[in-house]
Design a protein around this ligand. Structure first.
Ligand code: MG
Length: 483
């Protein structure tokens, strides 16, 4: 092999350039920063790039053209369980966290669970959570006990406060579900005269309360300011920011700058403010020169709330919304942007889920995925880098929760285009309910169970097998010491 010697000025110059390039390669090879932005109750059809006709989201639309946009990305049906999945990389049924905790709950995400923040912290990342936690508000369940160096936000949902005007019982249809919720609330002392009566909403910094019942019109703005501060402070080292907006969950609010900005009422205004917030973050990354090596993920925790009329969002052409096992309840927007690693302008209809967040981030930074327990998620990195165009999942499983004990209940399974709803007996024996072809029937209008019994049978067996395995290997929810 001929080796080039630096025996004249030109070759010395070439070597110098090579060394500079090599050094810059080392800098480029620095671990990527990660920003995970989670909107609350934002529907599948509420962003411009997901077909909203009247909510303008130019920053998120642009972000989608610069990375990968998923059209079959699954979360969970409601807030708390969805966040349990996001943090643990497992189905909420696996970690027995299948309900939304109320203030003063005696349960929460088990402290022994290894969260995505703990995984990244072990790889040397600075970690911060801003916004809504909702995985238990007892001290042992809080974010600073689950891998976050810093926390600035709420321990639970911002509608759990003294002014819960939209949920006064007399405006809500007296369904069995609402009656059970009311009974539960009365049992733990949260209703007076049939109305919610929650304690003041605590805004927390670290482990201490810094404000009570803050002005909710300023929350998106304030979360964004905190996010920009954190990014600026940590620009020289790898960081993980988990920004969980409380909007557009009710009670809706937007700052004066965004009030009346959309044609879609306060809901649209709140979404536009979140879009602005994402734009500010992306702009900050560019200004600091760390844009190319930062992965930014934007998603939502569950589908749109249907019971609040125009105060709720839209699932587009998908059926159902928050709390349901139809696609509108479970499927959410998901955009991944990382200029250095994800080719621009990509869209994938492969099955993916927020259970994949932990394995994907771990894979990305070379951190160890917990191997002493079962993790349901898979790394999406090969898909994101366009090295492989297939989903790492053969099946997606849909879990709801049973009443009144709030344990998880298996409801449906998806394999490629086919989705089977099941019911199971008290002894756990599965029966088919409805079968939909999500390819030709994304709105789940036409039950094909009678026409395709063999497909239903295969899916039923897979569902039963997964359920049996999960029952054997699921892990407990955390309980307070006072429980
Ligand atoms: Mg939610």
């Amino acid at each position: 092999m001929k080796v080039l010697q630096p025996n004249n000025k030109i070759t010395q110059l070439i070597f110098g350039v090579v060394i500079i390039l090599s050094l810059s390669q080392i800098c480029v090879a620095q671990l990527p920063n990660i920003i995970l932005i989670n909107a609350d109750d934002l529907g599948y059809g509420d962003l411009g790039c997901y077909g909203s006709p009247n909510i303008f989201t130019p920053n998120l639309d642009k972000m989608a053209t610069e990375g990968m946009r998923f059209t079959s990305f699954y979360a969970a049906a409601v807030c708390g369980p969805s966040r349990a999945q996001l943090m643990t990389g497992s189905y909420h049924a696996r970690v027995s966290h299948s309900m939304n905790e109320l203030p003063g709950a005696k349960t929460g995400l088990h402290p022994n669970e290894i969260t995505v923040a703990e995984v990244l912290k072990s790889a040397g990342y600075k970690t911060m959570h801003i916004g809504k936690w909702h995985l238990g508000d007892a001290p042992e369940f809080m974010p600073t006990q689950q891998g976050f160096d810093q926390f600035w936000g709420f321990p639970y949902s911002h509608d759990m406060w003294p002014y819960h005007s939209r949920s006064v019982w007399e405006t809500v249809e007296d369904t069995v579900l609402m009656r059970q919720m009311r009974e539960r609330a009365e049992r733990v002392g949260y209703t007076v005269g049939g109305r919610w009566k929650f304690p003041p909403l605590p805004l927390i910094e670290g482990d201490g309360v810094i404000e009570k019942d803050p002005d909710i019109t300023m929350l998106t703005m304030r979360f964004t300011e905190k996010a920009l501060e954190f990014i600026e402070e940590n620009k020289n080292e790898p960081f993980f920011l988990y920004l969980a907006h409380v909007m557009p969950h009710t009670p809706l609010a937007a700052s004066d700058k965004f009030k009346g900005k959309s044609d879609r009422g306060l809901y649209g205004d709140a979404v536009m403010e979140i879009d602005w917030s994402c734009g500010e973050i992306l702009q900050k990354l560019k200004a600091l020169g760390i844009d190319e090596n930062t992965l930014v993920v934007f998603t939502s925790d569950n589908g749109p709330t249907m019971r609040y009329g125009s105060d709720g969002g839209s699932a587009g052409l998908l059926r159902g919304g928050k709390g349901t096992m139809f696609e509108g309840g479970m499927r959410v927007p998901a955009i991944f942007r990382w200029p250095e690693g994800i080719p621009s302008g990509m869209c994938s209809n492969e099955m993916a889920s927020n259970i994949d967040i932990l394995p994907t981030f771990a894979h990305l930074v070379g951190a160890k995925i917990p191997d002493d327990r079962l993790i349901d998620g898979e790394s999406l990195l090969p898909l994101l880098k366009a090295e492989n165009e297939n989903s790492p999942h053969e099946y997606i499983h849909y879990f709801g929760r049973s009443r009144p004990d709030s344990t998880a209940t298996y409801r449906a399974i998806r394999n490629n285009k086919w989705k089977l709803f099941v019911k199971h007996s008290t002894v756990g024996e599965f029966h088919p309910l409805e079968l939909y072809n999500l390819g030709t029937d994304p709105s789940e209008k036409y039950d094909r169970l009678d026409r395709h019994p063999k497909i239903a049978d295969k899916l039923l067996k897979e569902a039963q097998q997964f359920y049996n395995e999960l029952e054997e290997n699921k892990r407990p929810i955390g309980k307070t010491r006072k429980n």
